[in-house]
Each structure stands twice: as structure tokens, then as C-alpha cells.
Write a protein that binds this ligand. Structure first.
Ligand code: NAX
Ligand code: ADP
Ligand code: K
Length: 505
């Protein structure tokens, strides 16, 4: 699913009106009908509905919703802020339509606003500003936002919480943005909905399909996409009846150190549960017996060192290599890792401590082979690119890094983002906060290694790997609950996740 900028959304409205024989006012009527339905589904007539509308089309939506709820016998009040004494054409039409149906509780605010007392039982509809917002809110509007945010009512924002920008909020004023409980977004999500620091504004969000032109959406250029099930199910390669393990690659995992055998075991198990033909784990001597016992399917190759990775290995027999989970931060390990990746000619994944090395050895970044996959969480990324003050800045810096290195970056977290060397960003919709537990990332690395070994391209592996990882996480959370689930539970759910994804193909 594409994520369009607010400018593109405006163009999409215009295109739809021009090409789909629907007028602007009817498009608004469609939006209002769906918003009204979503509200009625959640709240009955015992709730007073207090509508705050702006002078643009977001306000037009809100006034139309007020009419529809009034006609369904809801108790509705409308405050329309018409500071400049001019309304958009559609907003004006809806004000007239509201009056025509005998609606009385309408207040148009031009200078003085006497705010009504809002209660816990009230539903506030926020239709002050939508995609037309062009600067942070200030003055009277900021005061209205603060008053709504301070009220105990439930807040429903139309299209986007008023005051929030669709993409970059670096220069916004957080106190002047509506904190919605529910955002009913028109047609497509906004990029800013996917950023952690905006959760307090957006709340839960739902998309309403008002019939914006599919032709426009298909042709629109955007670097931001949300991965959908069919994007990954279509990637799955069927297994030939005559397949043998040689067809599915030999993966090499360099992982673990004294006290961190678990990382290598989790990654190894996930790799084997994701279809690799053969797996060798290269580990320090101290972990040998443990890995052999916990993952009997894997071959174990000992490092020269008792406690940590110290000597690079020959990669001739492998189709993919992952390095990093639980490696530790010994200087010898850093040197061995740099030596290992230099001139690495097979698909490579760098995770965890293999990434931390570049926080302290930044001048070696250019040793990372092109087309490698880097899987940093927020902190690991910031160790390389420097501290970021918000998610938009972090995403931008990650895009710059992916471009500079010509690598794939999976920026992990909720909505893990696959960033390609040419700057496309695929947001992964699966997964849940139960996955915020030690070892979850090692599981992802194992899955990605298996996919690369089986011959999936880097982009395919990243998209499919993050999706299946999150899906297994979702199954694990159903089975065990978000609080109790562990990384091992994600691995235990992988077979079910793979079955689901191959069945829906
Ligand atoms: N036919 C259409 O075009 C449709 C539009 N829709 C709605 O229309 C919205 C977009 O409407 P508009 O483009 O009219 O934009 P908005 O309603 O978001 O507001 C734009 C108005 O606010 C002013 N403004 C912007 N930032 C401001 C600030 N910081 N302080 C004070 N004033 C500010 C602008 O000058 C402009 O007059 C969407 O979010 C959606 O809710 C939907 O009804 C779908 C159909
Ligand atoms: N709230 C969340 N929603 C979805 N996925 C999450 C969430 N929190 C964590 N995850 C996923 O769990 C994994 C955690 O990885 P990481 O932080 O590297 O863990 P570790 O280093 O302990 O293995 C990532 O793939 C991340 O996307
Ligand atoms: K709004």
C-alpha cells in the first residue's frame, strides 16, 4: 500500500473529481458517510457529539458528519472556526445543508470563543485541519487544541489529528497538536502515523476507502510503502518434488561468545525453521557443546578462540553469511569481523555487534560490501549515523546511509522499515510489542540468512523476512500473550507462520 504526501493526496482528490465523474461535494459526502458509520459503530446516542470544524475541507467533512449524526438523532453541537470570514466552497455548502435540516446548536466563531464544558462521556470530532495544514498551529487555534487535549472526552480526528503534519514534524510544536483516541484517515495512511512519537496524537487509526482514483494511486511516485500480504506471498518459491538440500543453500552464521551462546542458538534455530538446506554455525570453542545439543541439525565449526570470534573463516562453500548476534565487543572480534566482511562476495547480513563495530570504527564503513543487509535497531543505527531527534530524521539518515553504502537497511522496531539502496522504504505491518524482548532480533537474522541462502534476492529476503518474523511474533503473542512471550516462542510459531503464508499464495 502506498503512502502519499499531503500534496499528492490533494492531487489525488483533484484527479478523482476530474476523471471519475464525482464532484468534490459528493466525494466529501462519501467521506462523511464513512466517518459517520465508523462513529456509530463505536458509540451510541447516549454520547453527546461536539464537533470542532475549520474553514477548509477538513471542516467541511466535520460539518457533514454533524448533519448525518443529527439526522440519526444523536445530540450534536458544532463550533466552526471562521477566523478569516471565508469558508471553502464545500465547507460553505455543508454549513447551508446543516441549517436546512433544522440544526440549531451551531456556533460560528470569528473572534471570541466561549468553550463548552466537555465531559468524559462526550465524543469530540476534530475537523479543524487536515491535509491542508501548512505550518504549525499557533495563537487561537493552539489554544483550542490545548483546551481539547485537556478535556476528558474521547477525541476522533478526521483524516489526521489537527496540527500534525503528514510527514515531517521536526519543526512542529507538540503541545499544539490534537491528541486523538481514534483517527479516521481518508483513503491512505500518512507517513507520520508510523512514527513512535506520534502515537500519542494519532491513537488508533483506521482507513476509509472513499474511492480515490486507483489509476492515480498506481501511477503516483512515492518512496514509502506498507508491505501487504500479497506482496510477500507472491515471492514464495515453490519446492520441486525432486528438490534436495543442495537446492536450498548452505548458510554460515558467525555468532555468539562466552555468555551469549543464546544469540547464536536463536538465530540458528530460526534459520533452520525458515528453510535453509544446511547451516554451519561458526562459534568460539566454549559454545560448541551447547550449540550441538540445542540445534543438532546445525554443523558447528570452532573458532581458534575459546571465548569469542577471533579468526575469519573461508566462505567458499556457503551461499549466504550472517555475522553479529551475540559476538561481543572484543577488539580482536572487531578486527576479525572487518577482515571477514572485506571482499565478502556472497550475500551478507550484518547484525548487532557486527554493526556496533562501525560506531567505533566509522572509517571502515566502506569495507561493507555493496548489497549487504544491515539490521540495526534504533540505537545501533544511531551509533553509526549519530543521535536523531525524531523518527523522520532517523529515517532520512538511514536512507542516506543505505544510499552511501549501496546496502539494504532494516530499521527495526514497530513498523520495521526495509530501506533499499535507491531509497525505497517498505514498512512492515506485522509484529507486536511482545517482540520487544531479548533475542527477537537474532531470530530475524536467522530467518534472513535462510532466505538469502535459498536464493531470494536481498530485497525479497528483507520484505519476506520481516513480514514472516512479525507474523510469527503475532502468533506467539496469541499463544503466550505479549508479556510472557519470548524469542523462542517466535521460533516455535515460525512453522505456523510459514504455513499461513504459503497457503494464501
Ligand atoms: N473533495 C476533496 O477535496 C476532499 C477533501 N477531503 C478533506 O479535505 C481535507 C483537506 O482540505 P483542505 O485542503 O481544504 O485543507 P484543510 O481543511 O486542512 O485546511 C486548509 C485551510 O487551513 C489554512 N491553514 C493551513 N495551515 C494553517 C495554520 N497553521 N493555521 C491557520 N490556518 C491554516 C489554509 O490556509 C486553508 O485555508 C482533507 O484532510 C480531508 O479531510 C475529504 O472530504 C475528501 C474529499
Ligand atoms: N513494538 C513492536 N512491534 C513490532 N515489532 C517489534 C516491536 N518491538 C520489537 N519488535 C521487533 O523485535 C525485534 C527486536 O530486535 P532487537 O532489538 O535487535 O532485539 P535483540 O537484540 O534482543 O535480538 C525487531 O525485529 C523488532 O522489529
Ligand atoms: K483533523
Amino acid at each position: 500500500m502506498k503512502i502519499l504526501s499531503c500534496t499528492q493526496q490533494k492531487e489525488a482528490d483533484t484527479y478523482t473529481i476530474a476523471h471519475e465523474s464525482i464532484s468534490s461535494i459528493d466525494l466529501m459526502e462519501k467521506a462523511a458517510t464513512l466517518i459517520t458509520e465508523a462513529i456509530c459503530k463505536r458509540w451510541d446516542k447516549s454520547h453527546r457529539i461536539v464537533v470542532f470544524a475549520g474553514a477548509g475541507n477538513n471542516g467541511g467533512d466535520a460539518v457533514a458528519v454533524a448533519r448525518m449524526l443529527f439526522q440519526k438523532n444523536y445530540d450534536v453541537e458544532v463550533y466552526l472556526f471562521n477566523i478569516k470570514g471565508s469558508l471553502s466552497e464545500e465547507c460553505h455548502t455543508n454549513v447551508l445543508r446543516l441549517a436546512e435540516c433544522g440544526f440549531q446548536k451551531y456556533t460560528e466563531v470569528s473572534t471570541q470563543f466561549d468553550p463548552p464544558k466537555l465531559t468524559e462521556h462526550d465524543i469530540v470530532i476534530d475537523g479543524l485541519f487536515g491535509s491542508g495544514l501548512n505550518k504549525p498551529l499557533s495563537g487561537g487555534f493552539a489554544a483550542v487544541v490545548k483546551y481539547i487535549n485537556a478535556a476528558p472526552s474521547t477525541v476522533v480526528s478526521i483524516d489526521i489529528p489537527s496540527g500534525l503534519m503528514g510527514e515531517d514534524n521536526s519543526y512542529n510544536i507538540r503541545q499544539n497538536i490534537i491528541q486523538a483516541d481514534l483517527t479516521l484517515s481518508i483513503q491512505l495512511p500518512k507517513l507520520s502515523f508510523l512514527f513512535a512519537e506520534n502515537e500519542e496524537f494519532v491513537g488508533e487509526w483506521e482507513l476509509l476507502d472513499i474511492g480515490i482514483s486507483q489509476t492515480f494511486i498506481e501511477e503516483a511516485q512515492t518512496p514509502y510503502l506498507i508491505t501487504e500480504p500479497q506482496d510477500v506471498t507472491t515471492l514464495i518459491k515453490p519446492r520441486s518434488r525432486f528438490a534436495h538440500k543442495g537446492n536450498f543453500g548452505h548458510a554460515l552464521l558467525i555468532a555468539g561468545s562466552y555468555g551469549m551462546a543464546g544469540a547464536s542458538i536463536l538465530a540458528a534455530k530460526a534459520c533452520l525453521r525458515s528453510g535453509a538446506g544446511l547451516l554451519t554455525v561458526h562459534a568460539p570453542v566454549c559454545n560448541h557443546n551447547l550449540i550441538q545439543t540445542c540445534v543438532p541439525e546445525a554443523l558447528v565449526q570452532d573458532d581458534i578462540h575459546e571465548h569469542y570470534f577471533a579468526e575469519p573463516v573461508d566462505i567458499d562453500s556457503y551461499q549466504a553469511i550472517a555475522i553479529g548476534p551475540g559476538l561481543g565487543q572484543e577488539e580482536d572480534t572487531a578486527l576479525a569481523t572487518l577482515e571477514q566482511i572485506k571482499n565478502c562476495y556472497i550475500p551478507l547480513i550484518l547484525d548487532a555487534d557486527a554493526l556496533n563495530i562501525f560506531g567505533t570504527h566509522r572509517n571502515h564503513l566502506n569495507k561493507i560490501p555493496k548489497r549487504s543487509i544491515l539490521t540495526p535497531h534504533v540505537k545501533e543505527l544511531e551509533r553509526i549515523v549519530g543521535r536523531c531527534s525524531n523518527s523522520y530524521e532517523r529515517l532520512s539518515k538511514a536512507k542516506e546511509l543505505a544510499n552511501y553504502l549501496q546496502c539494504y537497511i532494516i530499521l527495526k522496531g514497530a513498523w520495521s522499515t526495509v530501506i533499499t539502496p535507491d531509497g525505497n522504504c517498505f514498512f512492515n505491518p506485522t509484529g507486536n510489542p511482545g517482540m520487544a524482548t531479548g533475542g527477537s532480533g537474532d531470530v530475524l537474522t536467522g530467518i534472513l540468512t535462510a532466505l538469502l541462502a535459498q536464493g531470494y534476492t536481498q530485497e525479497e529476503s528483507c520484505k519476506l523476512g520481516t513480514y514472516i518474523h512479525g507474523l510469527a511474533g503475532d502468533i506467539a503473542s496469541q499463544r503466550m500473550g505479549e508479556i510472557s512471550m519470548t524469542a523462542n516462542d517466535i521460533i516455535d510459531a515460525l512453522p505456523e507462520a510459514w504455513k499461513i503464508i504459503t497457503k494464501t499464495k
